[in-house]
Design a protein around this ligand. Structure first.
Ligand code: TXA
Ligand code: MG
Length: 328
């Protein structure tokens, strides 16, 4: 495995990544949300290697990434007017559209299902690589299945090591949590996973939008909604802000994540990590802080203060609940 941290004139890491994809290899690359583990979406063998490298159940479909609207359209069998409006408004960006699968995407990528999630990521390296490659790139988050999503190239290295053929290093991810997944294959557009594009933003374009509600159990067509999908190794527990005073003080094996109006760049060191008090900042750092706390020696439990139950915090609360026993 080779990793590129800086541009070397004698070799272009982006052209190399595209070449590897064309020859059936798997490549980790940065997006604005989290790092993806990519393979040619038209190559069943390459796609199978993704599931293998991640230890991902074959029933969990992958998102296909494209360089622009035209390339995304080639991955789907239908392109309703609503998709065009959403794509024009939010792409490149953290919105995945679930539509009928097109012939250029192998069934393995969609877990054999009739639909495919497509998106155009908002990251210069990802876009360049996708333009070079030309076709669709199937890519889940580049972590081991059930582990915390990676927001740096180092996280990918830690999780996947030599199982990945190449890592394109684009620095830390700007959004920090995964894209919103919106199904346009349902009678009413339905959010399957909250993310960087809010339900309010979607409603402003589409009118009626449903949210897949209730417990995550039995949701066969979006297994990412299963609880503990993003769980760290230490036990993670969530608590509402009003219960903060009831927490036992100074337990040496417990790390706390709390909201703090003063926090900007949270750096876990001691027992308490102050997290940004606004959703974008919180999301940007959440997975990294979880990983950092998880790797501190002696930490057996991570207690996470939930932000307010308000629409603007929906995606962050969703990820906290998945990372903790609250999601079960
Ligand atoms: O931001 C993101 O979406 C990142 C970056 C790499 O693009 N990708 C990502 O992929 O989070 P992954 O595989 O970790 O999560 C994809 C989610 C899963 O919950 C999966 O079940 C759902 O999207 N999904 C994918 N295709 C689907 C489909 N055809 N129907 C319903 N859900 C789908
Ligand atoms: Mg994932």
């Amino acid at each position: 495995m080779v990793s590129s941290t800086s541009y070397m004139p004698e070799y272009d890491p982006i052209a190399w990544a595209a070449h590897l994809l064309r020859t059936g290899r798997i490549v980790a690359f940065p997006t604005e949300t989290v790092y993806g583990l990519g393979a040619d979406a038209a190559n069943a063998h390459a796609v199978a290697r993704i599931f293998e490298a991640k230890g991902r159940p074959a029933v969990n479909p992958l998102i296909v990434h494209a360089a622009h609207i035209e390339a995304a359209r080639r991955c789907v069998a239908a392109w309703p007017e609503s998709a065009q409006r959403l794509a024009e408004r939010f792409w490149p960006g953290p919105l995945t559209l679930v539509l009928p699968r097109g012939p250029g995407v192998v069934g393995r990528a969609t877990a054999g299902g009739p639909t495919v999630g497509v998106r155009v990521p908002d990251h210069p390296l990802a876009l360049k690589m996708l333009r070079h490659f030309g076709g669709g790139v199937a890519a889940p988050s580049a972590n081991r299945s059930n582990h915390v999503s990676p927001t740096t190239a180092q996280h990918v290295r830690e999780d996947l090591g030599d199982a990945v053929d190449f890592i394109l290093d684009g620095g830390p991810c700007r959004v920090g949590i995964e894209s919103t997944v919106l199904s346009l294959a349902t009678p009413v557009p339905t959010v399957l996973r909250p993310g960087g594009v809010s339900v309010e933003q979607l409603r402003a374009v589409l009118g009626e939008v449903r949210i897949r509600g209730g417990s995550d159990m039995g949701v066969a067509d979006s297994p990412g909604r299963q609880s503990r999908h993003y769980a760290p190794r230490a036990r993670a527990v969530a608590f509402e802000a009003r219960d903060r005073c009831r927490l036992p003080a100074d337990r040496p094996n417990v790390a706390l994540m709390v909201l703090d109006p003063q926090a900007a760049e949270p750096r876990p060191g001691g027992q308490v990590t102050a997290m940004p008090h606004e959703p974008e900042g919180y999301a940007r750092h959440f997975y990294r802080v979880l990983r950092d706390l998880d790797s501190l020696p002696g930490i057996a439990e991570i207690q996470i203060e939930l932000p307010p139950d308000e629409p603007r915090w929906a995606a962050v609360r969703d990820r906290i609940q998945r990372a903790t026993s609250l999601g079960t």
